[in-house]
Design a protein around this ligand. Structure first.
Ligand code: AQP
Length: 332
């Protein structure tokens, strides 16, 4: 094994192809080479407005999506973050070692809080500190991250360094990012400058993993393009954000590079491309969706997987927490 991986996805609703290509698809490959822990980060999901009546359902859905996409629950530890108390406990400890100046630099808080910064929760602001606790609780050596999470991982490394300096020991190793080369960012189908997001109120902005073939077809049909013809090269698509995004999605769905997609559809109008894109998405997503639906029908079996995972995760994280408490002189 090349090391230990920790990663997670928030149960904030509609699991989409951005989450799939930005995270999950990569995890499926990594599980063969690394010892993997994949959590459903429900404590992160409550940092913004959410519906408590739906959270548990969404947590199960994310776990089902992991397994449906190919994560092997026998090989990897799959668990809900809130089931392992050490995450929140270490989160508090690290928040006492994180200068405000470091958090003030985090661009995701600025994006998510938007103009309503004063009304955003303290939890949303300190979210990256809890993420650092998620990672360090398991002393993960590597963290697969989308481009947007890179800054948070750097903060995690800074926090690990600050802890090590404070206790005058190399207790934590600094986790390394594993960033995917292509398709690290899938954009909204309605606005090529905005990230495809679970919490985007526009359903048409994303392809969900559980969308029916008909829904996929409708969403691609309505996906924004522009008045020009299909570009000859991927370079020519520069500045045509929506077009570039659809080419990227097609390339990812069909395992080819964006340039060969341009060569294939060069100079044409968008109708045949959209037809091919719909077919490619359906071919790739339908088997995952069907497996997802099957798993969601047996909630008890899913809960057993989550509880078994939580049990194994606790065994690792509690050792770290105990050692951290000892270093800091906290009562145990
Ligand atoms: N559009 C995207 N393209 C590529 N990767 C993406 N990820 C998210 N959106 C895209 C990757 O998915 C993983 C899980 O993300 P998360 O749920 O922890 O938080 P997020 O990045 O905030 O995801 P969303 O979908 O945008 O959710 P909401 O709307 O709740 O904020 C991460 O690895 C992320 O990079």
């Amino acid at each position: 094994m090349k090391g230990r991986i920790l990663s997670g996805i928030q149960p904030t609703g509609n699991f989409h192809i951005g989450n799939y290509f930005g995270a999950l698809n990569q995890w499926v490959q990594l599980q063969n080479d690394y010892e993997c822990l994949f959590c459903v980060v429900d404590l992160h999901a409550i940092t913004t407005n959410y519906d408590p009546r739906k959270l548990l359902q969404h947590t199960r859905e994310v776990a089902a999506a992991y397994i449906a996409a190919g994560i092997d629950e026998k090989k990897c530890i799959i668990f809900p973050q809130s089931a392992v108390a050490s995450h929140a406990e270490l989160g508090w400890i690290f928040s006492c070692m994180t200068p405000l100046g470091w958090l003030n630099r985090m661009t995701q808080f600025k994006e998510k809080a938007g103009k309503n910064k004063e009304k955003a929760s303290l939890g949303l602001y300190s979210y990256p500190v809890l993420m650092a606790a998620d990672i360090l609780a398991y002393k993960a050596t590597h963290v697969p991250v989308g481009e947007d999470q890179k800054q948070h991982l750097e903060l995690c490394r800074d926090i690990a360094g600050a802890f090590n300096r404070f206790v005058k020991d190399e207790y934590f190793t600094l986790p390394e990012p594993l960033i995917q080369k292509h398709g690290a960012r899938i954009m909204s189908l309605r606005d090529g400058t905005a990230k495809m997001s679970k919490s985007d109120p526009s359903e048409g902005s994303r392809i969900n993993l559980k969308d029916s073939d008909e829904e996929i077809m409708q969403k691609i049909r309505k996906a924004k393009t522009d008045m020009n013809l299909f570009p000859d090269t991927f370079e020519d698509a520069k500045g045509r954000f929506e077009v570039k995004n659809l080419i990227t999605i097609y390339a990812l769905m069909t395992n080819q590079d964006p340039q060969s997609v341009c060569s294939q559809f060069s100079g044409g109008n968008f109708a045949p491309f959209k037809k091919a894109l719909t077919d490619a998405i359906v071919e790739r997503i339908a088997p995952i969706r069907n497996e997802f639906n099957r798993l969601m029908q047996d909630k008890e079996a899913l809960d057993i997987i989550l509880e078994n995972g939580a049990h194994k995760a606790r065994e690792i994280a509690d050792v770290t927490k105990t050692q951290v408490f000892e270093y800091l002189g906290l009562y145990r």
